[in-house]
Design a protein. Structure first.
Length: 228
């Protein structure tokens, strides 16, 4: 199976770091974020990777991926095109089911099982869904219409289903994508409106979004401890 990595996000939550380095190339344990992702893709028999990014960053990616363990191809956009819209330039190269993996997601979700689950589901899309989402704020135990705090939980896990930014799509998904589109805001509602089926592959694996400063720091700590 082939994989597509959208890597054109501006990384606004990580300013000023991303004023200098694209989010996907930020260092984690001495390696760029995208290196960790591609290494995991290799473990799950991904044959080729398509990386979508803003044109100005192509030289940086080519330098950092000069020893890439998987054959890859870069597709560029002259300006930000949305998390979904930026993969449109790969449409003519993909005519089979493919894995989508955002460039800022760290999770040990079993991608092989995700791909098997998608094949069995017969839907147009299967999303990797997690519940262990580390919050970056403390949560108060505060009953409705009361002011007395009964308890406090420091940065707990959010026990709610959330998309992990990883999915398997049928190639027909491209017909639902327009330039500027976001997957969750635009594409998935459009797919459901047209009667197509989207399924969830649920996992209890830890998930970190390194587009968030708190999650990025935690990923760096895990890498330092050899636990990433």
């Amino acid at each position: 199976m082939k994989a597509v990595i959208p890597a054109g996000g501006e990384g606004s939550r990580l300013f000023p770091y991303t004023n200098i380095i694209p989010k996907a190339l930020l260092p984690v344990g001495g390696k760029p974020v995208i290196w960790w992702i591609i290494s995991r893709l290799r473990q799950h028999d991904i044959e080729k990777v398509y990386i979508c990014m803003n044109e100005e960053h192509k030289p940086n990616f080519l330098h950092e991926l000069r020893d890439c363990p998987i054959p890859f191809e870069i597709g560029t956009n002259k300006s930000p095109s949305g998390s979904a819209g930026e993969i449109l330039n790969m449409e003519h190269d993909i005519n089979e089911p493919f894995l989508l993996h955002f460039s800022d997601e760290f999770t040990p979700i079993d991608l092989t099982e995700l791909m098997k689950w998608h094949k069995a589901s017969k839907g147009i899309a299967t999303l990797a869904v997690i519940r262990n989402v580390p919050l970056e704020v403390g949560i108060l135990d505060l009953p409705p219409n009361q002011s007395k705090i009964l308890g406090f939980r420091e940065k707990p896990m959010l026990n709610q289903p959330a998309w992990a930014g990883i999915a398997v799509f049928e190639p027909e998904i491209f017909s639902y994508i327009n330039k500027g589109d976001d997957f969750a805001r635009d594409v998935f509602p459009r797919v459901l409106k047209h009667g197509e089926s989207i399924y969830a592959y649920q996992s209890d694996a830890l998930w970190l979004d390194i587009g968030s400063l708190g999650h990025y720091k935690r990923a760096c700590e895990l890498a330092k401890q050899g636990k990433l």
